[in-house]
Write a protein that binds this ligand. Structure first.
Ligand code: GDP
Ligand code: MG
Length: 792
């Protein structure tokens, strides 16, 4: 960006995108509409807010801005939607906007009569909700420093004053509109579950932005306690906050808290219980005072819908579709809609602005007005200066160093995963071999012994060996998330991801996809835009997950003597290319771009703790083991049974399998896979691998060696593959067949667990699409490769 040349046109506002790096300007208004505009307003781009242009991303897009002490990244195209003017221009009298609070009467609750008390945690992403949750419940929850890491609610328990209380960790949100899955989740959760109290966590070092959400929560008329988290950072900064006064101005209890070391936790819980106890007699709630006109409207419309809270009534006036839908159960719905529309018109005329800006401005005005009275910034600190937690960015997002650092970090992560992981892998392997042998000796010959040794131990054992690698991979991912680096990674690669029609944030699911598609698909919830989410979900399975690795390792070791590393890497690269290609096609056809947004916060760097990383690692490890104990165990048994029956006396193991149900199935599909260079044994492996990709190798083991505890290390399997011949005496495998087979394994049918995740996140329709799409692409790519390679 950033020529400064046409800056002399003063009051007629300029565009933020045209401002030079280092400049500070004042927001006049945000153009555009819908989710994008709403999000910018919520992030603090309201009239009168000061914005500083910090830096361009290494690839020149997006750009990092500082607003209200927080760092936000915007694409050029988005910054071009923001009108700004000189930072000292007199355009706004926000500081006087605090009109105090109003009180609303609501029917008295009787929470203590319930069996269960329920308290929910609400707050912006990265404000420390999960840290507090872990402190209070002792639960081992994952903590992340990347917006949206907590995407499900987590429930835990604690005891206070002889009562058992359920604590719920909700996803982090900046606001409660209708634009992201997190926001809808929080809204719906509160509406459906009626918590007895809300524990609102705010980052004390970033109150202006954090308290915006608070103004929405206040209107929900549920007892609320505000925990001022990151109190340690506030104290270190030298800023002074008058907690008692702020508490009075907002009409809610407030308690300083340092969640990650537990200071203040007891007081926070105490205050929460007091608020619950009080709600029994006290029937008044404190709300933001929006001024006479809007307050009158709220009262009038509120009387027409007595079952709805003030928050929802205001949302109806704001024309929020989700709130309006709630009206449909009401007889006078049409009338309410009509009245709300008239009110909206009246308010917009009176303020000469649109309703979304008006309400956001008023809420921010309320927050700023309150803070002006209670916050004394450290006089020694230059206000335009970035906070200490950001100094690492001079290195990490440096124009020349950022990409090399990113690549080195990724390389380190994968190198550690595969090299370090090989040691424990070897131990597990010999352990399983030993157990299989021991049980094999202990049991009499027969179906039971074969089932246990070949079906169960063989099948599950072949999968267990990947546990160390999964653990190491997730340990690293957790460190990257926890430290705040993940958001930088998204910032750095956004330009590239944008090229293929995606968002920088898609980078994270892709990265996780190299470990396992299931958590990767879940991680797409950090994407706010539905279209981006869908494209990411549908392309993540092309990232070669760790379960496919054993098949590659076996085939590469058996059929390629030179450049093994490069060959392996080429498979991974082809996966990435197919994902990029798919994404471009989808963006150009049936999943067309709407306004993709890159409004993303770059949180300050925080020291990752070994404790969090370990907790995360174990929770992922547990998920993996659960998948093993269920899907993979069942699949192993089915695969074993299909190959074991029907029994005929006097057959060699290979003949047995050839005549088994599985062999018959493989032969049935042989014509379909023959053009790819595959024989029926490979067809069978591909079929069984649909359950879980790890099973491809163990199936090959059964088919070629008659033993099912084969792993990619098995010398005998490797040799058998090398020497296997067709009826006409030719070798079954050669490098071309092996590569074609690897391509197919890379691209076809994601495993059952991944499909289950796709179904949950995107729906059955897309799951079915994915089955056909991936398998079709796999067939086509292998076909083209095999036929072309045979010709040359
Ligand atoms: P959530 O997104 O709201 O669940 O936030 P997390 O609990 O995941 O915390 C985000 C980051 O802030 C993590 O790196 C925590 O270690 C860190 N953190 C949490 N509480 C505190 C605190 O009181 N002080 C400081 N300095 N850091 C904290
Ligand atoms: Mg969290």
């Amino acid at each position: 960006m950033n020529t400064d040349q046409n800056n002399h046109t003063t009051p007629p506002a300029r565009l933020l995108d045209d401002e030079a790096v280092g400049k500070t300007v004042q927001v006049v208004r945000v153009m555009g509409d819908g989710a994008f505009r709403q999000r910018l307003l919520e992030m603090g781009f309201v009239r009168g807010a000061r914005v500083t242009v910090l830096k361009n991303a290494p690839l020149q897009d997006p750009v990092e801005y500082m607003i209200m002490g927080a760092h936000i990244s915007l694409r050029h195209s988005e910054a071009a939607q923001i009108e700004v003017t000189d930072k000292d221009a007199d355009i706004c009298d926000m500081e006087d906007a605090y009109n105090g609070i109003v009180e609303t009467e609501v029917a008295g609750a009787n929470p203590l009569a319930d069996d269960v008390l329920r308290v929910v945690l609400i707050g912006n992403p990265n404000c420390g909700k999960t840290s507090l949750f872990n402190q209070v419940t002792g639960a081992k929850e994952k903590v992340g420093n990347y917006g949206g890491v907590t995407v499900d609610s987590k429930e835990g328990w604690f005891s206070i004053g002889g009562r058992r209380v359920q604590l719920v960790d909700l996803p982090g949100t900046y606001s409660l509109t209708e634009y992201s899955p997190e926001e809808m989740y929080v809204r719906t959760y509160i509406r459906d579950n009626h918590p007895d109290a809300i524990l609102n966590i705010v980052d004390a070092g970033n109150l202006e932005r954090n308290l915006y959400l608070t103004t929405q929560v206040m209107d929900m008329n549920i007892p609320m306690v505000i925990a001022l988290n990151m109190w340690d950072e506030l104290e270190k900064s030298g800023d002074k906050l008058d907690v008692e006064m702020l508490s009075r101005l907002l009409g809610a209890r407030m308690v300083p808290l340092t969640a990650y070391n537990g200071r203040g936790v007891k007081e926070v819980l105490q205050a929460t219980m007091e608020a619950i106890n009080e709600s029994e007699q006290e029937t008044r709630h404190h709300n933001v005072n929006y001024g006479t006109l809007i307050e009158d409207c709220l009262k009038e419309l509120g009387a027409m819908c007595p079952t709805l809270d003030r928050y929802t009534v205001l949302k109806i006036i704001e024309n929020d579709q989700h709130a309006i839908d709630l009206l449909d159960s009401q007889d006078n719905a049409q009338q309410v809609k009509k009245t709300a529309m008239e009110m909206r018109g009246r308010i917009e005329r009176d303020f000469n602005d649109d309703i979304v800006s008006i309400i956001t401005d008023l809420k921010y005005g309320f927050v700023r007005g309150a803070l002006a009275e209670v916050m004394k910034p450290n006089p020694d600190r230059n206000t335009g200066e970035t906070k200490p937690g950001y100094s690492l960015d001079r290195l990490m997002t440096n124009r020349w160093l950022a990409l090399p650092i990113l690549l080195v970090l990724m390389w380190l992560m994968f190198e550690a995963t595969f090299t370090l992981g090989a040691y424990p892998q070897g131990w597990i392997e010999s352990g399983i071999g030993w157990i299989g042998e021991w049980i094999g000796k202990a049991l009499p010959d027969g179906i039971l012994r074969d089932l246990i040794v070949d079906g169960i131990i063989g099948g599950v054992g072949g999968v267990l060996v990947f546990l160390p690698q999964i653990l190491i991979l997730f340990f690293f991912i957790s460190l990257l998330e926890d430290s705040g680096y993940m958001a930088r990674a998204a910032f750095i690669v956004d330009r590239i991801m944008h090229r293929v029609g995606l968002h920088g944030k898609s980078f994270i699911p892709y990265l996780i996809g190299f470990g396992c598609g299931v958590p990767a698909i879940m991680a797409t919830r950090t994407l706010e835009n539905r279209r981006d989410r869908l494209v990411t979900i549908l392309t993540v399975p092309f990232m070669s997950c760790s379960a496919r690795l054993p098949a590659y390792l076996l085939l590469v070791a058996a059929f390629f003597t030179a450049n093994q590393g490069l060959i392996l890497m080429s498979i991974y690269l082809i996966g990435i290319l197919v994902a990029a290609f798919t994404s471009i096609i989808m963006s150009k056809t049936f999943l067309k771009h709407d306004k993709t947004q890159f409004v993303m916060e770059l949180p300050p760097y925080r020291k990752p703790t070994a404790r969090n990383a370990t907790i995360h690692m174990w929770s992922k490890g547990k998920q993996y083991l659960q998948k093993m104990a269920t899907i993979i165990l069942a699949a192993s048994i089915i695969v074993w049974a299909l190959g074991y029956f029907p029994r005929h006396e006097g057959q060699t193991p290979q003949e047995q399998i050839e005549n088994s149900y599985m062999g018959q199935m493989g032969k049935a599909i042989e014509p379909a896979v023959a053009p790819l260079g595959f024989n029926w044994q490979m067809g069978v492996s591909v079929l069984t691998g649909a359950a879980a990709k790890e099973i491809v190798v163990s199936t090959m083991g059964v088919l070629y060696t008659g033993e099912s505890d084969a792993t990619e290390e098995s010398a005998s399997l490797k040799e058998k593959l090398q020497t296997a011949t067709k009826p006409n005496g030719e070798h079954v495998f050669d490098p071309i067949v092996a590569y074609s087979f690897m391509l197919f394994i890379l691209l076809y049918f994601p495993c059952i667990a991944a499909l289950a995740a796709i179904k949950r996140e995107a729906g059955t329709k897309w799951m079915i699409f994915e089955i056909f799409y991936t398998t079709g692409v796999a067939w086509l790519v292998s076909f083209i490769f095999y036929q072309v390679a045979r010709m040359v």
